[in-house]
Design a protein around this ligand. Structure first.
Ligand code: SF4
Ligand code: MG
Length: 315
């Protein structure tokens, strides 16, 4: 299948009093239709900024974003607003983005109203009832307020709002990180079902590798603004190549005995993302760093079909 999203050499820099913060630094990847790309890394690695830059919630500094073949960055305001109906985002904490004075049904109806998708109020409310059923929100919650609901139901509202406009693509930014593990599974199952049913394509951002283990088709690992490894999910778990990915994976319990790895503890300080020094950004914490790693930046290279890595060790 052809890619729905192509990101080429994406950069997002922020001016700070100390210098230029390289939040996203020359990141390229594609996501095929109906697939899920998991994007993982520690906080501050640029994964959320990447998701927001793709939707132009923050304006990219450089790079190309092609959505269904269309160059997103060349779109004017009105064109971009129309494009947004096809590209949505779900946040970690839906509560903070929900208006406490609006009921569940009003909240879900809002994007339909604002985008002029359904102008007739009666028809709009029919559609809201339909979406509530799809995301598993009981009819009796129609007139409930967000504060009356638990975290899982609030996230279902977040998902319903994103789905209301019938999008093709959803950036899921830590959508289950604030939820209890049992609720996490319910929400992930729901998102999986919705993907099947509606042919959705996901970019799933998380700091938790165990969440994307089964959920994502491909996984991209980011470190300090750089994409350092990308592979099909199974391959990444079976055969992590980058020293940083190996350390990340060693920290989570893996159900197969073949995969039991010794915990790799990273020492050394994290390099500053402000005006980063030349060289590999992981060099300050990498157990294998050589002098070359401190002067030259490793580029992402395909080391096996579909498996990309940015490290001098495996070239
Ligand atoms: Fe470690 Fe060097 Fe590879 Fe960077 S390029 S991950 S410092 S071995
Ligand atoms: Mg899937």
């Amino acid at each position: 299948s052809s890619p729905l999203l192509e990101v080429k050499n994406l950069k997002k820099y922020f001016k700070t009093p100390k210098g230029m913060l390289h939040a996203v630094d020359d990141v390229s990847f594609t996501i095929d239709r109906g697939r899920t790309l998991g994007v993982v890394g520690e906080s501050g690695c640029g994964k959320s900024t990447t998701g927001r830059a793709i939707l132009r919630i923050v304006e990219p500094t450089e790079g190309e974003i092609l959505f269904d073949g269309e160059d997103i960055r060349s779109l004017g305001k009105d064109q971009m607003r129309r494009m947004r109906t096809r590209m949505q985002i779900i946040f970690q904490d839906p509560f903070s983005s929900l208006n406490p004075r609006k009921t569940v049904s009003e909240t879900i109806a809002e994007p339909l109203k604002l985008n002029g998708i359904i102008t007739d109020k009666g028809k709009r409310m029919e559609r809201v009832a339909e979406i509530m059923e799809i995301v598993g929100l009981a009819e009796r919650l129609y007139n409930a307020y967000p504060h009356e609901l638990d975290g899982g139901r609030r996230q279902r509202i977040g998902i319903a709002r994103a789905l209301a406009l019938n999008p093709q693509f959803i950036v899921c930014d830590e959508p289950v990180s604030a939820l209890d593990v049992s609720i996490q599974a319910q929400i992930l199952n729901l998102m999986d079902e919705l993907q099947e049913k509606m042919g959705l394509t996901y970019m799933f951002i998380t700091h938790d590798l165990s969440v994307v283990h089964y959920f994502a088709d491909d996984i991209a690992v980011m470190y300090l603004g750089r994409l350092i490894e990308k592979a099909p999910a199974k391959e990444l778990f079976r055969n992590p190549v980058h020293p940083y990915t190996q350390a990340l994976l060693s920290a989570i319990p893996v159900p197969s005995i073949h995969n039991q790895r010794k915990r790799i503890l990273l020492k050394g300080e994290i390099t500053s993302p402000v005006d980063p020094k030349p060289g590999c950004r992981f060099a300050s914490r990498c157990p294998y760093a050589s002098s070359r790693c401190h002067s030259e930046e490793p580029q992402l290279k395909e080391i096996a079909p579909g498996h990309f890595n940015a490290c001098f060790l495996n070239e």
